[in-house]
Design a protein around this ligand. Sequence first.
Ligand SMILES: N[C@@H](CCC(=O)N[C@@H](CS)C(=O)NCC(=O)O)C(=O)O
Length: 204
Amino acid sequence: MKLYHAPKAVNPERVTMFLRAKGKLDAVEIEEISIMKGEHKQDDYRQISPFSQVPALVLDDGTALTESRAICEYIECLFPEPNLLGETAKERAQIMMWDRRIELMWMLPFAFWFRNSHEMMAPLENPQVPEQAAKSEKAVKSFAKRLNDHLATTDFIAADRFSIADITAFATCGFCGVMGWRPHVDHEHIGAWRERMKGVGFAG
Ligand SMILES: N[C@@H](CCC(=O)N[C@@H](CS)C(=O)NCC(=O)O)C(=O)O
C-alpha cells in the first residue's frame, strides 16, 4: 500500500497518527506531496486523487482511497488492534459523533480561518475572504470553549477511552499553531487532555 502524505497538513497527519497508534506506520510506503509546491494539482497526482487533496491511500490492487476517515476505516479493518473506532454499537456511535464534531466544528472552520487570512495561503485561496476568516475564527474559538467544558468531565474525547476522536482532535490542536493560537494554553482542560495524549504515546 502506498500513502500519499503531506507532512504538517492536518488530514494527512491524522492518518499517520492513526497508523502510528496501531504500530503500523511501516505497513505503508510513504510518498510526500508538497501542497505548497502545488504537487497535488499535477496531472499524475490528480489521476490518483481527482479532488487534488492529500492524503490518498493506494491499495495493492490500485484502488485509491482519498478521504482520511475512509482510510482510517480501512486500516482499522486490516489491523483491528488496538481498536480505535469503537467495539460496541454504543461506543462506535459515540466515537463517530465526537470525531465528526471535531472535524466539522473545529478542524474545518479552522482551515477556513487559516486559508482566508494567512499570507502563506494566498496562492491557494484566491481570493481570500476576510469576512469568512473572521466568522470561522469566531466559530472555532466558541467550539474550543465547548470542548474545554466537555474535557472537564472526561479523560478522553469520546466513550471514556482513547479513539480516533482523540487523534483528530490532537492533530487539529497542533494545526492551530499555524495561526499562533494554542487552544491547549488558553483552555485548562484541553491542556490537561493534551498532556494525557502524550502519555498514550502516539503523539509524543
Ligand atoms: N475530506 C478530505 C479533505 C482532505 C484535505 O482537505 N486535505 C488538504 C490538506 S489537510 C489538501 O489536500 N489541501 C489542498 C488544497 O486545498 O489545495 C479528507 O479528509 O481526506
